[in-house]
Design a binder for this molecule. Structure first.
Ligand code: FUB
Length: 450
């Protein structure tokens, strides 16, 4: 059978959409594991350079440990729709990297004079020259998404992981990294060599591992932020100073230890369209193995004295969800104290996401920042499964707020999309409440408006 050129193009465009456009909320990357997000604003988009966790198997990486062989870069103009630009650097194509090390750990990227410098830590082939542990290399590109060309050798004089680069207002660049403690040095303007002695940032809490430094400046305050094991696992802390190399004074906790028990956290902080954001990771798609992580983002704000307000991690994340998209209410903002549970749709393929179970009447889920736009939407659609059937109400702003619709879900053991005309419609950005009005269990995959 002949397929017309136009039809072929349409099919290819659809396949590429499936492959590269990832709908957001937390975790923001939903087709692979990702960790250690280094977010940057380049032009009018946010680019995220994460580590790429994969699962070690016999002969490929160390079983039960971190396993990373390459990096992808993702970008978004709205923090909701993320494009995977594909693989940018792999251990097999960097001349100095040991190709079976599977240790392409937390990277960073920065722009200078129209070039993009991607810094990554890993193990070198030549252990006599570069040592046995981690060292840090650079790959350079003309565009944030690459193609990146790796330098032939790593940066001289560094033993450690988790590079972070900062360029001060006067143009001086600094490289930060970690090896138990946090270290820093000036970078030459070629961004490829150290310009100064290495300084240990010794004013940070002395006890407990510190890693993953991330430096930024706001209103003349230099914020050195870093994960630290104060107790048993990492939490995000920060220290402030008047100078990129300190001295720094411990100033507080940015995010507490993960309630999931994920041992690591690793972050970056950016301002985008007048709002600050914290990018970090947890283990959403891998609840029992915390070396297969997933990156998230939440809004961050400051007190008037410049101190950082502690960020409470959410699954809802930040940004708007278009009302006509499938709203994954399992990524909720808040939930009633009882009667709601969330589980994977398919435990054999967790990237398919989650479903919500309502188990009693008046159990509710609040999902914030749904953009209903300016054109009137007429119907609601709910993808649900309820053996004995049930009733779902969707309201605005609170559990007794204006009723958008009451939808009767028919009985059955399959997922059914039920549509109903809206009794009310309100334009603009709204918080929605999805409420069960029955004691018999109902599972919901998504809600949408059309
Ligand atoms: O991803 C591997 C390591 O785990 C990173 O380099 C650390 O910051 C921690 O997140």
């Amino acid at each position: 059978m002949k397929i017309s050129a136009l039809r072929l193009l349409t099919v290819l465009a659809f396949i590429s959409l499936l492959r590269y456009d990832v709908i957001s909320q937390n975790p923001i990357i939903r087709n692979q594991f990702s960790a250690d997000p280094s977010a940057r604003v380049f032009g009018d988009r946010v680019y995220v350079y994460p580590s790429h966790d994969i699962l070690a198997v016999e002969g490929k990486g160390r079983l039960g440990w971190f396993c990373m062989e390459d990096y992808h870069v993702f970008s978004s103009a709205n923090l909701s729709d993320w494009t995977d630009h594909g693989m940018i650097v792999t251990q097999n194509k960097v001349p100095w990297v040991r190709p079976d090390s599977y240790s392409m750990w937390a990277p960073d990227c920065i722009e200078r004079n129209g070039k993009y410098y991607f810094y990554f830590p890993t193990a070198a082939k030549d252990t006599i020259t570069y040592g046995r542990g981690f060292t840090i290399g650079v790959a350079v590109a003309d565009k944030p998404e690459g193609p990146f060309t790796p330098e032939a050798t790593p940066i001289k004089g560094i033993r450690g992981i988790d590079p972070n680069v900062f360029i001060d207002k006067n143009g001086q660049a600094y490289l930060y990294w970690s090896a138990g403690n946090i270290y820093a040095a000036k970078l030459k303007s070629n961004m490829l060599e150290l310009e100064s002695e290495v300084k240990t940032l010794g004013e940070l809490p002395a006890k407990g591992l510190k890693e993953g430094p991330y430096m930024f400046e706001r209103n003349g305050i230099y914020y050195l932020t870093y994960p630290h094991v104060e107790n048993k696992i990492e939490r995000l802390e920060y220290a402030i100073g008047d100078n990129p190399l300190g001295p720094f004074k411990f100033a507080g906790v940015v995010m507490d230890e993960s309630t999931s028990g994920c041992w690591t956290n690793h972050h970056s902080i950016i301002q985008f369209k007048n709002q600050w954001y914290l990018f970090y990771h947890d283990r959403d798609y891998s609840p029992r193995f915390d070396k297969a992580r997933s990156i998230r983002l939440d809004s961050l704000s400051f007190n008037s004295d410049g101190t950082i307000k502690k960020v409470i991690p959410t699954l809802r994340g930040a940004g708007l969800t278009n009302a006509s998209q499938r709203i994954q209410i399992d990524r909720y903002t808040q939930v009633s104290e009882s009667g709601v549970a969330v589980d994977f749709l398919d435990t054999l393929d967790r990237f398919k996401g989650w479903e919500v179970f309502f188990t009693k009447t008046d159990a509710w889920i609040q999902y914030n920042s749904v953009d209903f736009g300016t054109k009137t939407l007429k119907n609601i659609a709910i993808n649900a499964q309820a053996e004995k059937g049930g009733i779902i109400q969707v309201r605005l702003n609170n559990i007794n707020g204006p009723l958008l619709s009451e939808v009767k879900i028919g009985p059955g053991n399959n997922w059914i999309i039920t549509k109903k005309v809206l009794s009310k419609f309100q334009r603009g950005v709204q918080h929605i409440f999805v409420i069960s009005k029955t004691d018999s269990p109902i599972a919901i995959d998504w809600v949408s408006f059309e």
